[in-house]
Each structure stands twice: as C-alpha cells, then as structure tokens.
Design a protein around this ligand. Structure first.
Ligand code: SAH
Length: 365
C-alpha cells in the first residue's frame, strides 16, 4: 500500500522494519517499539495520539508516513454469532475476513490474496481468478480492524485470540508479506499471539514451506483432501507440481525437532469422491509417520459447484476409522454458512481476474 500511495505505511512494518525506518529519518531505533505499541496495542491511526513522542516528531511522522488499513464496506452477522466483513482496498478490490466466536477463543480467519491463483475444484474463491497479493499492511490491517470492531472481552483481553490464514488466497504464494504480518501477530509489542494461535494454511507449496521453517514458528495446516496423487491431482491441481510424498516430507521437516508439534491436515468431505472407508484407511496409512491431526471439513456448497457434502454418517465413519488408528480427528463445525462465511465460501470482489497465469509459483518461493 505504501508504494501505491507514496508515503510509507507503518501499519505493515515489523519491529525491525520500523527500526530501519526510524534510523533512515535520523531518529533512534527505540522509537519503533513505541510506535508499534501505539499502532497495534492501542489501535492508533493517527500520530497525534502518540503522547509519549515529542510533538515535533509526531508532526514529522504525519508528514513523512501514514497508518492506513483497508476500509470496511459491509458487515454481516450470522445467527450463530459469526461475523463477516467485506474490506475495500485502495485499488477497488475487495477481500473478506471472518470472525468465529467460540466459548474459549475467538478466531479470525483472514485473507492473504485478492482471489487465488490455485484452482482447487471445490473452492469458490478459485472461481474468482487472481488479481494480486495483499500487502503486509492489508494482511495485518485485518486484525487491526477486527480488534477495533470487536472491542475488548469482559475481562479486558482481546476478543481475537487466534488467527488463521484460511481466507482468500494461498498464503505461501505471498511469502514475504505473510511472514511480515505473522511476525507482527506474534510480536509481544504488537498482538503477542503464541505460535499455537497463529496458523497458516497451505495447499502445499513445498519450496515455500521449506523456507517458512527458517523464518517462522507459526502452526501449520495443510489442505490435503485426498489420500492419493491421482485424486489430489484433480482436486488440488498444485499437486501435479508438488505431489503428496514431497509435501509430507516437507511437513515432517517443518515440525522436526519439536516433539509436541503436529501438522493439521484439512480434508474436505465430498460425497462419493474422497469419503469412502477405503480412502479413510489409505489416509491413515499415509499419515502414519507424520505427527498429525486431521480436520474433516464438511463441504460447503456454492452456486454452480459440482460437489455435494458427504452425509453425517459417512463423515462419522470416516472419522472413526482415523481415530481407531490413533489419529486425532476433529470434524469442523460449519459456522456462518447463512452469510456465506464458511470455509471456501469467501469471494470478495476481484477486479481483473485474469492474472492467474501471471503468478509464477517459482518466483514466490
Ligand atoms: N489456500 C489455502 C488457504 C485457503 S482455503 C489452503 O488451501 O489451505 C482454507 C480451507 O478451506 C482449505 O482447507 C480449503 O481446502 C477449504 N475449503 C475450500 N473450499 C471449501 C468448501 N467449499 N467447503 C469446505 N472447505 C473448503
């Protein structure tokens, strides 16, 4: 966003980035900590509010920089308490984010790209085509906005306790901006979320996953959806480039050396496609040597989609087969479907949807 508007946007800068910014304007690096707290802990959008900074510096910052989040253009509330916001970006594109309240936590599901360059056949975001990566400020800006909209919980804590990068887009194809935003999520001076509470979900961009291991500690979710390459090639075409064996190797590497960590494998339940008892057994064998947990996601239909959701009984049987084989399996409760806020239903508005071919996967890795 900064480049687009000319002034640097401090909202998307990590602590290190802000330190560099302050040094570049002849100020002490410790200013970064002060400004970071103002922006992310107190939600300041205006340098004038930063009362522990001299008036002269506040005025300078006002001239030199900005704090800009996306705008909110619409909000919907589900009967189950789920809230969905449509966000307006500077260039007219729109992305969505969703807040899912639960008893013990509040999860914000955020987007990382405008549309998606992958073409998973069961996902409505895929229909949108791809326009561009979100900037770091547009990614962290979603949390900044949600915290403002949701206020504090009755004990004074933050309502957003968990963040999942499971909205629109493939986060590992927007590597640098996503990593910068996750850095802020986990920085004590910003949102201070633990690594267990920040989850990045990927369809399996293997080289980027290897790189991620070196720069982030976020929890990992992988959209698997099939127990063999033939079916996964169809459902998640990225599999043709990075087949299951390579993907599972990268998953093992990602959590290597940390005894308590697991990878969450997401598996969308598609009637008569990937939901048989045989496929469950195959999946259990496949995951046998990856410390893992499985999240079964009832398929959420969308207009023009070609699949149906598996029945409750079928999902129950599938889950039992995995559980009998020692795999922790959770069936995700569908939330917010009355406002199209459930998994795979986020669409936003993508201007110029034709850029799918323009994203070079190798470049992003
Ligand atoms: N690109 C990333 C994150 C976005 S999708 C990824 O692939 O993981 C977030 C999750 O929702 C993924 O597991 C995805 O497979 C799932 N999903 C997509 N469409 C869905 C649908 N129609 N019903 C249920 N889950 C869906």
């Amino acid at each position: 966003m900064s480049a687009r508007r000319g002034k640097p946007n401090l909202l998307g800068m990590t602590r290190r980035g802000l330190e560099e910014f302050f040094v570049s304007i002849g100020e002490k690096p410790f200013r970064a900590s002060q400004v970071l707290k103002w922006i992310h802990q107190f939600g300041a959008a205006d340098f004038g509010a930063m009362t522990n900074i001299s008036k002269a510096l506040r005025l300078r910052l006002h001239e030199l920089a900005e704090i800009r989040a996306p705008g909110i253009c619409a909000e919907q509330r589900s009967l189950d308490g789920t809230r969905k916001w449509l966000l307006k970006l500077d260039d007219g594109n729109r992305v969505e984010m969703v807040f899912i309240p639960e008893k013990e936590r509040g999860t914000l599901c955020i987007s990382s790209q405008v549309g998606c360059a992958l073409d998973c056949t069961f996902c409505s975001t895929a229909r949108q085509g791809f326009n561009r990566n979100l900037e770091a400020a547009e990614i962290i800006g979603q949390i900044w906005l949600a915290n403002k909209a949701l206020g504090r919980d009755p004990r004074g804590g933050r309502v957003v306790s968990n963040v999942v990068l499971m909205g629109m887009g493939e986060p590992l194809l927007n590597f640098d901006n996503v990593v910068a935003a996750m850095d802020l999520m986990m920085d004590d001076l910003a949102y201070g979320l633990s690594k267990r509470r920040v989850t990045i979900s990927t369809a399996g961009v293997v080289p980027a996953l290897k790189r991620l291991k070196r720069v982030s500690e976020a929890s990992l979710a992988v959209s698997l959806h099939a127990p063999d390459d033939a079916l996964r090639d169809e459902l998640v075409p990225l599999n043709k480039k990075y087949p299951i064996a390579l993907l599972l190797d990268a998953c093992r590497e990602y959590i290597a050396g940390e005894s308590k960590r697991v990878v969450t494998f997401e598996y969308v339940m598609l009637k008569d496609i990937n939901d048989s008892a045989d496929q469950a057994r195959k999946l259990a064998r496949l995951l046998g040597n990856v410390p893992s947990k499985v999240n079964l996601i009832p398929f959420n239909p969308f207009p023009g989609g070609r699949y149906e959701c598996s029945s409750r009984d079928t999902i129950g049987c599938f889950a039992s087969i995995l559980q009998e084989r020692g795999i922790v399996t959770i069936t995700r409760r569908t939330r917010g479907s009355d406002i199209d806020a459930a998994c795979g239903q986020l669409v936003g508005q993508v201007r110029d949807r034709t850029r799918r071919n323009a994203i070079v996967i190798k470049e992003a890795c």
